[in-house]
Design a protein around this ligand. Structure first.
Ligand SMILES: Nc1ncnc2c1ncn2[C@@H]1O[C@H](COP(=O)(O)OP(=O)(O)OP(=O)(O)O)[C@@H](O)[C@H]1O
Length: 246
């Protein structure tokens, strides 16, 4: 996939340097570097247990411990953090992060519309929630007729659309989407991932973690492999990017 011509001039939305992170005595992420530019959609691919979710959680300040630098829109949100998962997550979210976790993080009694509204939690997103909901319904048309239905009554695929839609309602600049197709029938999983490809990023960026590389191939700007807590294939990805840019 070709990069936009202006990519070199685009700012880094996420700039991770020397990140190590883990849970208790276990180190899952090993001295990892990752830069994501505005407007980029990146696929993070790796087998179960190789650290994709832990990387996302480290960026969100949710791992047991982490060290290294994590810059979100130029602001350091990694180094200054003391121990304690979740202690600074609200500040990181305020700096522009939306983490859409694995599985369905939903409240069964709330309707689809209430979920989408709850994603527009900043003042500016709330003021624009009508327009934002319309945009979500363009991305996930099956939700339109379900807006007043409690989420507990929806199918797995519909629930996944709600949980992703809720994340997209925020005015974040970095969207981390963890295994959007997980547990869904292949056809439904493919339609959910295709919907993510249709999201207009503008100046924001998206990283999609997936075990199934075929779902992302040909659709994202870069695919980065993850193995045993390290990124693989980043060099060849940057090589092809620089080739395409020249
Ligand atoms: N909350 C947690 N507490 C303790 N260990 C964890 C926690 N979350 C993940 N781990 C461990 O960290 C390692 C990496 O798991 P992680 O979930 O980050 O991998 P993944 O590549 O995202 O795979 P998956 O598709 O299963 O989510 C595994 O050994 C896992 O058991």
């Amino acid at each position: 996939m070709s990069m936009p011509e202006t990519a070199t001039a685009r700012p880094a939305v996420l700039d991770v340097k020397g990140l190590s992170a883990g849970w208790g005595p276990m180190r899952v992420i090993h001295d990892l570097d990752l830069t994501v530019f505005a407007g980029e959609r990146i696929g993070l691919v790796g087998l179960n247990g190789h650290g994709k979710s832990t990387l996302f959680q480290a960026i969100a300040g949710l791992t047991g411990w982490q060290r290294g630098s994590i810059k979100l829109n130029g602001y350091e949100v990694g180094r200054t953090r003391s121990q304690g998962p979740g202690r600074y997550t609200h500040l990181i979210v305020r700096r522009g992060l939306a983490l859409i976790p694995q599985g369905d993080e939903i409240f069964h009694g709330l309707t689809v519309e209430e979920h989408l509204d709850s994603g527009a939690f900043t003042k500016s997103a709330w003021a624009e929630r009508g327009i934002r909901k319309k945009r979500i319904l363009q991305i996930f048309p099956p939700l339109e007729k379900l807006m007043k239905i409690p989420v507990g009554r929806l199918s797995g695929g519909e629930r996944r659309m709600v949980s992703i839609g809720r994340g997209l309602m925020s005015d974040a600049e970095l969207f981390l989407v963890d295994e959007p197709s997980l547990g869904l029938a292949p056809k439904i999983g493919r339609s959910v991932v295709d919907a993510l490809m249709a999201v207009e990023l503008g100046g924001s960026a998206m990283v999609i973690a997936e075990q199934n590389v075929a779902l992302l191939e040909g659709s994202v700007d870069r695919i980065i492999g993850m193995h045993a807590g390290k990124l693989k294939g980043e060099a060849s990805a940057s090589k092809s990017m620089s080739t395409e840019r020249s």
